[in-house]
Every structure is written in structure tokens, then in C-alpha cells.
Design a binder for this molecule. Structure first.
Ligand code: PEP
Ligand code: MN
Length: 263
């Protein structure tokens, strides 16, 4: 079902009124983790002013260490909804397991499947039973073929609203957190009609690399970006080293708006 052979035209996915796919470009920005209501609302307003059309924020966090901050849980989703009320920005948030799927269907606009869960087939099957858009991140050691089959798991259940997200893969290189595989853009777009967005934040793992990769991703023909932004990166509760400041995001967006238009 994900294969272009059975669906020649680009799929356009509707995220509560915001379209992604074909000529529609998604700019999803926000903190790695939702921390509190005031900062989230204020940041969401700045992101919207800068040109973001969707808001990301983690409420359930897949942290490497069990002793790291694990997210605010359902309270985080509630805060994101307040930010949506204030800005109109649809919400993207990660679901880690099937136990909270009903709350996510009710409270978020795009359910993110994280890299660590790309092959959690029970989760993918459960998402296939919903009609929510799903942002399917590429597993850090997954081939593009495996990633396509994960989309197939969701679509097999009847949910066609899948958006791919390339977020860097593990290679021998250690100068960056992961290696951004921009070749995934033409490959996915040849193999599939579904949109693909690029997350340069988790690929880079370090702030200074992000603007150039975001611009390159836009020129590559990707259907959107997902970028981590925090009002005070030095003190962020997760992934601060790779969060842009609102000012840096705004500056980047001036370039992205021009490049996305040219594409
Ligand atoms: C995230 O988006 O904060 C995240 C954990 O991403 P990934 O699953 O790509 O590591
Ligand atoms: Mn993160």
C-alpha cells in the first residue's frame, strides 16, 4: 500500500487542516520534552510567528538512561493542547506503547513513532486501527526497505496517513550523533507516494550542524522538517545540545521559506 506502483500521485496528508505531501511543506518545531505550560505556550507563539505550521513536544520520552527525565506523561499532552488553543498549531507527540493509544487519538494530531519503536509491530498494528496521521521515524539501524515495511504494517490495518521521518542512522562516524541519510528522500519518493520529512536535530545531535542540513533537506525535495527548539537550550531537560534557540529558528526559517518555495 505504501508502494508508488499502486498510487502514482503523491499522497497529501491532512493534519487537522495543515497539509503535508506533494507541494505542501510541513515545518514541525518545538522542544524535545514538554516541561511546563508557560514556556510551551510562549515558545509555540514564537515558532508560529517564525513560520512553523505544527508543534512538536515529547510527553513520553524514550531516554537512553532510566534515570533521565522520562517526560510529563498525559500532563504533557494537556499542556500541548493549551498551546494549540493559543496558536492553532496542530500537535505532534511520541507514543511509546499501546497503553496510551486512546488518549493520544483524542489529544494529539500526529502520533510520532520514535526511532526505537520503528519495529514495534504491535504498536504499528494498533496505529493501523486508527485514522490518525503517524510520523514514522526511521530506526537508527534500519534499512529503507525495513522502514517501508513498517509503514506497510500501519497501512495494512487501514490507516493510510503515514509520514516518513529520516532522523539519522548509526554509522562509524562519531563527530555527529547520527549520520543524516538525505539519499532517503529520493529513494522514498521513488518507492512510495507517502511524504518524507527530515529531522536534522537528532541526526546532528549538535546545534551548529542543523541549519545547513535543514537547508539541504529542503532543497533535496523533502516534504518537511522537524526541528527541536527550546527557549533556553542550556537548561533543557533533554536534548539541549541540539536545540536551536527561537532566534536561531527564526533566522533559519527565513532561508527555508525561500528554499521551500523554489522547490
Ligand atoms: C524525539 O523526537 O525527541 C526522539 C526521541 O526522536 P528519535 O526517536 O528520532 O530519537
Ligand atoms: Mn529529542
Amino acid at each position: 500500500k505504501a508502494n508508488r506502483r499502486f498510487h502514482e500521485d503523491d499522497s497529501v496528508i491532512d493534519i487537522d487542516g495543515v497539509k503535508v505531501g506533494g507541494s505542501h511543506f510541513m515545518v514541525c518545531a518545538g522542544p524535545c520534552s514538554v516541561e511546563n505550560e508557560d514556556d510551551t505556550v510562549e515558545l509555540a507563539k514564537a515558532l508560529k510567528d517564525a513560520g512553523a505550521n505544527t508543534l512538536r513536544g515529547g510527553a513520553f520520552k524514550p531516554r537512553t538512561s532510566p534515570y533521565s527525565f522520562q517526560g510529563l506523561g498525559i500532563e504533557g499532552l494537556r499542556i500541548l493542547n493549551t498551546a494549540k488553543e493559543e496558536t492553532g498549531l496542530p500537535i505532534v507527540s511520541e507514543l511509546m506503547g499501546t497503553e496510551h493509544i486512546d488518549e493520544f487519538v483524542e489529544m494529539v494530531d500526529v502520533i510520532q513513532v520514535g526511532a526505537r519503536n520503528m519495529s514495534n509491530f504491535d504498536l504499528l498494528k494498533a496505529l493501523g486501527q486508527t485514522d490518525k496521521p503517524v510520523l514514522l521515524k526511521r530506526g537508527m539501524s534500519a534499512t529503507i526497505q525495513e522502514w517501508l515495511m513498517s509503514a506497510e504494517y500501519i497501512m495494512a490495518g487501514g490507516n493510510d496517513n503515514v509520514i516518513f521521518c529520516e532522523r539519522g542512522i548509526r554509522t562509524f562516524e562519531t563527530a555527529t550523533r547520527n549520520t543524516l541519510d538525505l539519499q532517503a528522500v529520493p529513494v522514498i519518493q521513488k518507492e512510495s507516494h507517502l511524504p518524507i520529512v527530515i529531522d536534522p536535530s537528532h541526526a546532528a545531535g549538535t546545534r551548529y550542524v542543523i541549519p545547513s542540513m535543514a537547508k539541504a533537506a529542503t532543497v533535496s525535495g523533502a516534504n518537511g522538517l522537524q526541528i527541536e527548539v527550546h527557549q533556553d537550550p542550556e537548561n533543557a531537560w533533554s536534548d539541549g545540545q541540539q536545540c536551536l534557540t527561537p532566534a536561531e529558528f527564526k533566522d533559519l526559517m527565513q532561508h527555508i521559506n525561500i528554499l521551500a518555495e523554489m522547490e
